[in-house]
Design a protein around this ligand. Structure first.
Ligand code: GLA
Length: 392
């Protein structure tokens, strides 16, 4: 079977007639807990997954950048000094080039804005991160491209600076108003650990997950309902959070605690209050999850994960029937915890299950989807994997 790494290299050779200078890759991610907290300066606990995006990259002398990928017919090529005529893209607007190409071109543009310069490049991209599944296929493209250009242009940026470059591409080249979680998870992930990230300071600490030692597995249940964060609900939720913070007279919802909620309820309308309550309680759940993982291990976090889903379903209102069915069915079939993961409005849910019940839970969810007339889900296990690196 052709691996995505081989596919990227082969595509590069077809495009240029010669071998690349190297191949770099970055993973997708699953978020264990901490949803819609990143752009509120809060806490998140994601981990990188084994699915990766590979970028085969080589230099060219004419000052142009060309990007090709196995998921598009045509390569896109522009002069490096024309990138600033393409971007920024207004939030919610169509990017100036096809969306997939805006991610890597936006990374090159954001690196230039950060002071990096270099010769032209050819970039060939291949990936096995499912697209539109809430598993951060976009952060994986950004991370692979940023890692390659950082080295070839000798920019010497560290991993969290490269994560910020990726987010800038996503926000200002693609026009999706997302936070920093996905790019940090993709750049800084480590095998067998989750990344506890303070999104205000970008302090990152690894928390061991010890899945195999404890006999547990994490199941991803991709509903195959596609979502996009450059439009619609995601931006609306973000705006509600900003409104809530303004009413509370704080810089961001990170500065509101669970004890402040009764006062918040008196000050704002019901919808804004419920958005605020989700973020405030979710921040607390991330802290409680980290404490429980460190003190007792992954078996102790089931209730927190379920509470997170309920809060997203009822207060933040970003779940959909397919996600609720996946979560409820997994729990009934014996999962320790389950929740939707990522931005919502589609994408995937995760379940924490005993290794011995993986099949039983998967079968139950597949059967429940069939009974509800939903498209068959794509269900697989993931283990926390390494972040971005050079492969060859
Ligand atoms: C998407 C965004 C992230 C984060 C999550 C929700 O994945 O890219 O920045 O906001 O949604 O937690």
């Amino acid at each position: 079977m052709t691996t995505p790494q081989d596919a990227a290299r082969t595509l590069f050779e077809k495009l240029t007639g010669h071998a690349p200078a190297g191949v770099w890759s970055a993973p997708g991610r699953v978020n264990l807990i901490g949803e819609h907290t990143d752009y509120n300066d809060g806490f998140v606990l994601p981990f990188a997954i084994p699915h990766r995006t590979y970028a085969a990259v080589g230099m060219r002398e004419d000052g142009r950048i060309r990007v090709a990928s196995t998921f598009a017919e045509e390569a896109v090529e522009v002069a490096l000094d024309e990138l600033n005529t393409l971007f920024p893209t207004a939030t919610g607007a169509e990017p100036a080039v096809q969306e997939w190409a805006a991610y890597p071109l936006g990374v090159a543009w954001a690196l230039q804005l950060a002071g990096a310069t270099g010769v032209g490049v050819d970039i060939a991209i291949a990936s096995d991160v499912p697209v539109g599944a809430g598993l951060s296929s976009s952060a994986a493209i950004e991370g692979a491209t940023a890692s390659a250009l950082n080295e070839l242009w000798d920019a010497q940026l560290d991993r969290s600076a490269l994560a910020r470059i990726g987010r800038r591409s996503e926000n200002e080249a693609v026009g999706a108003p997302t936070g920093i979680m996905d790019q940090m998870a993709s750049m800084l992930g480590e095998t067998d650990a989750a990344l506890f990230l303070d999104c205000r300071t970008l302090d990152a600490n690894l928390v061991p997950l010890s899945m195999s030692e404890t006999g547990l597995a994490i199941l991803v249940m991709d509903t195959r309902v596609k979502h996009a964060h450059s439009t619609g609900g995601y931006g609306e939720r973000r705006a509600s959070c900003e409104r809530g913070a303004a009413i509370m007279r704080v810089p961001s919802l990170r500065d509101v605690s669970v004890d402040d909620l009764p006062r918040a309820k008196e000050l704002m309308d019901d919808v804004t209050f419920r958005r605020v309550r989700h973020v405030v309680t979710e921040n607390q759940r991330v802290l409680d999850t980290v404490t429980a993982l460190r003190a007792q291990g992954p078996r102790a976090i089931g209730a927190l994960i379920v509470a997170s889903h309920v809060s997203m379903r009822d207060d933040f209102e970003i779940s959909i029937p397919e996600l609720d069915t996946a979560v409820e069915t997994a729990l009934t079939a014996g999962a320790i915890g389950a929740r939707m993961t990522g931005g919502g409005f589609g994408g995937a849910a995760i379940a924490l299950v005993e290794q011995g019940s993986v099949q039983q839970v998967s079968d139950a969810v597949t059967a429940a989807f069939a009974a509800s007339g939903f498209t068959a889900p794509h269900i697989f296990t993931v283990t926390p994997a390494a972040g971005a690196h050079r492969d060859s």
